[in-house]
Design a protein around this ligand. Sequence first.
Ligand code: IMP
Ligand code: MG
Length: 187
Amino acid sequence: MSTSTTSTTPPQAVLTPYITTSQINARLDTLADELNADYAGQSVVLVSVLKGSFMFLADLIRRLTFDCTVEFVRLASYEGTSSTGSVKPVDLSLPVLKDKHVLIIEDIVDTGLTLNMFLEYLKSVHQPASIKIAVFLDKKAARQHAITPHFVGFDIQDQFVVGYGLDADGRYRNLPEVCILEQPSGS
Ligand code: IMP
Ligand code: MG
């Protein structure tokens, strides 16, 4: 695996390619097959957690064949490359979801804090008929809360990754592939 430094790299940060665009596209095809089989004949509300899931949502939804609508929420828990330990509900506005089938679309599950909080919120406030979770990346080794996504794009190691919508302090979301980000200590 090669190491590359792109024009969007701040001084001294190193991006190492980890999941290629062709691997992403191939996995999205099979992941969509799983979802299309699971939700065949149903109406589903996709709830995308911004900002990180926008690219995953955009690429996944065009492969879905069941009836669906899309909503967005915005939650924030990270500063730089580590979790703050609390989730900030930046925007939780949603239509009535009572008795609907909800599929949460998230970029990555790490400690599980964000999805744990959001699941509890959805269950108690909205009481949907069902709630399932689709994540692009699953960092199982970092888990601190009992969250098991129903649909997973890729299991990854406990490393900080960027690209394909995922960021470090807002940067690198534009990278079309997933890269491991190594920053010099102290930055
Ligand atoms: P959790 O609450 O610890 O599970 O973290 C979930 C959120 O943290 C994700 O929705 C991401 O926004 C962010 N996050 C966790 N790990 C990474 C990473 O490796 N790269 C970029 N963002 C991450
Ligand atoms: Mg996120």
